[in-house]
Design a protein around this ligand. Sequence first.
Ligand code: MSP
Length: 474
Amino acid sequence: MNLDKYYITTPIYYVNDNPHIGHAYTTLIADVYARYFRKRYGSSSVFFLTGTDEHGAKVEKAAKEKGIDVKSFVDKVSQEYQNVWKKLNISYDNFIRTTDELHEKNTKDLLQKLFDKGLIYKGVYKGIYCLGCEKFLTQEEITENKCLMHPNTILREQEEENYFFRISSFVGKLEKLIKNNSYLVLPEGRKKEILSRIQGGINDISISRKGIEWGIPLPWDKGHTVYVWIDALLNYLTATKIFNKEDFWPPTIQFMAKDILWFHAVIWGALLLGLELNLPKEIFAHGFFTLDGQKMSKSTGNIIDPNDLINTFGVDGTRYLLLSAFAFGADGDISYKKFKEKYNADLANGIGNLVSRIAKLCEKVENLEIGEKISKNTARSRKIDECMDNFRPDSVLEIVWTEISKLDQQINSATLWEKTPEELSSLLPIYIEKILEFAKDLEFIIPDTSNKIRRTFCVDGKIKKLEPLFIRIQ
Ligand code: MSP
């Protein structure tokens, strides 16, 4: 394990539709970790990958419904993802697309390797297929003839000739590695679920599809294309080859939600064992959030486009609201109303008001000595490191906002606005120092705001009042 290399991934998202805030949430978490690791270990130690999953029947069907040829359709939606990540200030190092020629070539090579090792064989699969999940369902995943995850998708019984991967050869080893945390599946509760499902028995998994044209042809049998999930999982590996990042192997943390943990913990793990490669160090599956108590879905129309959130609350407003909405790892509910209240309370009236009050008071004073001095509160940064190590970035915000309101109260009781410029010149640096500490604590979460605060107070000349960091929303 290369300890000075940190490889962080998000799932690669399907391009059957535009990004929504579910995708934004995971990507934002990964971005916060990438920024945090860069700050802690240096920029060259981090490789942050995201991308889009562009093959398979679901994507092909979406393109046909729109009457667009599939390639133009996937180009367009993939671009939507890249645009919104740029807007949200996502600092990914590379963006992988599974329709990239190099990904296709590397995927073929990897599968050929497994085939040559005798780990892939031909068989017949019969089962209930859900197009929403792009997989055959188990009995537990079906209720009243409907998929638990995609109740509006019509389930079909499918029987077809497929190639299978001998996952059964690796289950014992995988179980051991997960149990002894060499292959760390988190949170603990989800790890237990995975282990009990493994103990229930696993069938070999089909890795090809016969009737699906929109995919990568198997190198040894052109009549089959690679099953979209196998194609997608291999992206984490092909990316290291495509982007010349092989020395970052294996991934340090792979983020996703609980819906796709099985594919990662078990199928991805087994593929890597088959390829005789090191397994990821940690896989973290966070919860799912609902919107106003309802599952987000196209058919009910309750999907939030991250662009809308950014237009309303700004980039850092959106980053703050998504991250602080609920405990990372757990399921949660979000609502526009709660977002608005929190935005006004914590951002406009909270940190925004605090910073502008102090900056305004600085205008009364000539020659305030602040310079480039940005210290950090070591006791607090230790607590922040602990929260990050324990996968609770939401708690980082709680810690900092508790301090922000304490400082607000101190300023109120100090009645600074009644002080003379002389008194202010000795009092203000104390408050500015604290605000700069907040900026430092928050730089990997709300980077623009953190920079604006620095630029306001760390100036050569006179400190001037600044444009509001967060404008109150009515
Ligand atoms: N293409 C596959 C992943 C392949 S990775 C090798 C896929 N794509 S997806 O577009 O459906 O994205 C699923 C992921 O989006 C979830 O695991 C999670 O990261 C994110 N989320 C989608 N909806 C979400 C919520 N409602 N709540 C939280 N995260 C959500 O699966």
